[in-house]
Write a protein that binds this ligand. Structure first.
Ligand SMILES: Nc1nc2c(c(=O)[nH]1)N[C@H]1C(S)=C(S)[C@@H](COP(=O)(O)O)O[C@H]1N2
Ligand SMILES: [Mo]
Length: 317
């Protein structure tokens, strides 16, 4: 994501550094970390979810997976957007320790028969984890392919028995300014918030992810539990969720509040609707040189286009 800037704006290193140089630098940082020179790189796998860790050997691969090659683990865990941990792409890995995931609980409330506050263990009990390899397309123009470990959000929501008044689902990330240094600055209106229409939330492509590459989710990717909505721009996939609410009205969402003309509530990946400051027609897959054409609904049109039948997607962008 990019914040709208005033004249004093200076580009961040990740915006101006060619990928190859960025990579070299990062490798050096990784080597420094390995040599015990400090927490520069951030350890990729944190043990917070150990108690509920899945058996990665038994993970089934969902038929909803893309067969495209996954992006390098190193890129997936060191090129992140997670403003609670800083605004540069390298910040989340570097400051991963600031996110405290143990203990963790998620409150589920609003229009449902069985609201409650659940620990992560409760929440995950009985879930069948599977591997879901999805494309992720960021508004900024880059994309990745990520092998998530997760389960359908619909399954998680069903046990709370949402009522017919539940038209939307609102999500909130952890608020912990004491530890998350990004939240001590007013970069965004904290906590980070997102929302989905009920049918989007219940769609089989929408998952809660608890891992990637067969292991527990690294902090920088939104540990211990995050949303993944593959046909929408990356910012809809909210990280480190602590609250879920069933509501009647469309909820306020972080980037839509921040810049309503740039980030709509729906934010379906759409090459035909340019971002006001740049085109969305093409994307650079991290690790590749040539740009690719961006596909409508990020390539998931067959699965999700029917959700928006009759809607003007230029108006509801
Ligand atoms: N809580 C929270 N969730 C967030 C963000 C954030 O800053 N805070 N960034 C979003 C954006 S813009 C993107 S592109 C994805 C990035 O996910 P990744 O770092 O795992 O690739 O997370 C999204 N979820
Ligand atoms: Mo993004």
């Amino acid at each position: 994501m990019l914040i709208k800037r005033t004249k004093t704006h200076e580009p961040r290193p990740s915006e101006i550094t060619p990928e190859s140089i960025y990579r070299q630098r990062r490798n050096i940082m990784g080597a420094a970390a390995l040599a015990g020179l400090g927490a520069v790189g951030g350890l990729p796998w944190r043990p917070a979810l150990a108690r509920v860790a899945f058996d990665s050997g038994k993970l089934g691969k969902s038929a909803l997976s893309t067969d495209e090659a996954p992006t390098d683990l190193d890129d997936i865990t060191h090129y992140n957007n997670f403003y609670e941990l800083g605004t540069r792409k390298s910040d989340p890995a570097r400051h991963a320790d600031e996110l405290i995931t143990d203990p963790w609980s998620i409150s589920v409330s609003g229009h449902c028969e069985k609201p409650g506050k659940l620990t992560l263990e409760d929440f995950l009990k009985g879930q069948d984890f599977e591997e879901r390899i999805y494309r992720l397309r960021c508004v900024e123009g880059w994309s990745m392919v990520i092998p998530w470990v997760g389960f359908p959000l619909s399954k998680a929501l069903a046990r709370f028995q949402p009522t017919s008044r539940a038209k939307y689902v609102a999500f909130e990330s952890l608020l912990d300014p004491e530890h998350l240094h990004g939240q001590r600055r007013k970069i965004l209106d904290w906590p980070y918030r997102e929302g989905l229409r009920m049918d989007e939330a219940m769609h089989p492509l929408t998952i809660l992810a608890v891992g990637l590459y067969g292991k527990v989710l690294p902090n920088q990717n939104g540990a211990p539990i995050r949303l993944v909505v593959p046909w929408k721009y990356g910012f809809k996939s909210i990280k480190s969720i602590v609250a879920i609410r069933f509501i009647e009205q469309q909820p306020p969402t972080t980037w839509n509040q921040q810049a309503p003309d740039e980030y709509g509530f729906y934010s379906n990946v759409n090459p035909e609707v340019p971002h006001p400051r740049w085109s969305q027609r093409r994307e650079r897959r991290i690790g590749e040189f040539r740009k690719r054409k961006t596909l409508k609904f990020n390539g998931y049109a067959e699965e999700v286009a029917s959700l928006y039948r009759g809607m003007d997607l230029k108006k509801y962008f």
